[in-house]
Design a protein around this ligand. Structure first.
Ligand code: UGA
Length: 433
């Protein structure tokens, strides 16, 4: 099938790579000319495991190419995926201008029947809006169908998530479009949920909101664990065996970050508000998340007292492992707060330092965890990269001024850390010294 993907961010690139791998003839389009030139040479704009190999292979096999000419992509695709950004506005409402501009461009350039599927996370009733924009800007007398096909991939596992999704959601109105979408997804073995367009749009926001709430719930429990001397890891394990709950996404930490949960939770609150519903549960989810970062900083301040000229080593900057994405990463807030108190920051992240350099000021970036630990009064673990689980802790201890670790991701066992001679403070577990 001929497939076009407009917008080459995480979702667009994952979609283009996977559909070409499945044998379709795919064009990925983006208005960023440099990005397109690089992509055609196999240079990736993001770090995402497996993406480069998949794109290179399909470029070579000529099943995939990239263009900065949206018109070319619109003419090419039987199905056109809209994967452009839906960033937050100042007030956290969703910025829809990119989706709307693409819809208009599609209308102006399509010359045969097309299925137009939006994959970007969008407010409910976007399908209606896209349909109206296309109808009122059509240049040729051609038919089209609008589909909502939300994407559930996670950064860091984008390719495997796209190839092996838990489910495929297709919000659709016409049989003709349904057949095409089913044919496209046929090679992927996953349940297909066919719904109306609005329900599909809501499934996406509801899913992200639910997952964020699950994280905030365990973070709230972690606070109670700290106050009572219980262990949040044990509580999560015990809860997780209940199949109705499940252990996944019950990892307490320094709060969720990235460009999905924080913005989608806020956007969903706004969407609900627009339809007259005060989404108090989600407001609490968001507040708990903000407090979790603040609480972590407070813990550090209480322990170190005066932060002025204290050396703090940071391990992990990205909002999660296996990505170089720094957007809305908790590390940004935490580092900023510590710097305000006069702390000197040295940081290391396996992949995110290039991106971090344009966001963080006054930070000394290091080549490895050991350099970040050198002469440190405290070491902070902010992203649970596997590399940090396998560090030579004796070496870390010998390099630090004081053996004090604040682990925002609970990657070590407190008793083992005690044996290693660390003062170890983690989330929702007893401090050890
Ligand atoms: C999230 C969803 O998981 C995807 O299904 C969705 O497609 C995506 O948003 C999106 O809407 O585009 P992503 O933000 O890439 O994916 O990453 P997650 O693995 O969900 O992690 C999000 C944040 O939650 C990270 O900061 C992570 O550290 C945090 N988290 C996650 C926790 O603090 N605890 C957990 O147990 C799980």
């Amino acid at each position: 099938m001929n497939i076009s993907v407009i917008g080459t961010g995480y979702v667009g690139l994952g979609t283009a790579a996977v559909f070409s791998e499945l044998g379709n003839n795919v064009i990925g389009a983006d208005i960023d000319e440099t990005k397109i030139k690089n992509l055609n040479k196999g240079i990736m704009p993001i770090f995402e495991p497996g993406l480069k190999e998949l794109i290179e292979r399909n470029l070579k096999e000529k099943r995939l190419r990239f263009t900065h000419d949206n018109k070319e992509a619109i003419m090419h695709g039987d199905i056109i995926f809209i994967c452009v950004g839906t960033p937050p506005k100042e007030n956290w409402e969703t910025e829809m201008k990119h989706v709307e501009a693409v819809a208009k461009e599609i209308a102006e350039n399509m010359d045969s029947y097309k299925v137009i599927a939006h994959k970007s996370t969008v407010p409910v009733e976007t399908g209606e809006k896209v349909k109206d924009i296309i109808k009122s800007n059509l240049k040729n007398d051609v038919e089209f169908d609008v589909v909502s096909n939300p994407e559930f991939l996670r950064e860091g596992t984008a390719i495997s998530d796209t190839l092996n999704p838990d489910r495929i959601v297709i919000g659709i109105e016409s049989e003709r479009a349904a057949e095409m979408m089913k044919k496209l997804y046929n090679p992927i073995k996953a349940p297909i949920i066919m719904t109306d367009i609005k329900s599909a749009e809501l499934i996406k926001h509801a899913s992200n909101a639910f997952l964020a709430t699950k994280i905030s719930f365990i973070n709230a429990i972690s606070q109670i664990c700290e106050k009572t001397g219980a262990d949040v890891e044990k509580v999560a394990e015990g809860m997780g065996y209940d199949q109705r709950i499940g252990r996944r996404f019950l990892n307490a930490g320094i709060g969720y970050g990235g460009f999905c949960f924080p913005k989608d939770v806020q956007a969903f609150i706004k969407i609900a508000e627009k339809y007259g519903y005060d989404f108090q549960l989600l407001k609490a989810t968001n507040n708990i998340n903000e407090n979790q970062k603040k609480y972590f900083v407070e813990t550090i301040k209480n322990r170190l007292r005066d932060l002025k000229n204290k050396n703090i080593g940071i391990l992990g900057l990205a909002f999660k492992p296996d990505t170089d994405d720094m957007r809305l990463a908790p590390s940004i807030y935490i580092i900023d707060e510590l710097q305000k108190e006069g702390a000197k920051i040295k940081a290391y992240d396996p992949e995110a330092m290039e991106k971090a350099k344009s966001i963080l000021n006054g930070v000394e970036f290091c080549n490895n965890p050991y350099d970040a630990a050198k002469d440190a009064d405290a070491l902070l673990i902010l992203t649970e990269w596997n590399e940090f689980r396998e560090m030579d802790l004796a070496k870390i201890k010998s390099l630090m001024k004081k053996p004090l670790i604040f682990d925002g991701r609970n990657i070590y066992n407190p008793e083992s850390m005690k044996k290693e001679g660390f003062n170890y403070i983690s989330i929702g577990r007893k401090d050890v010294a």
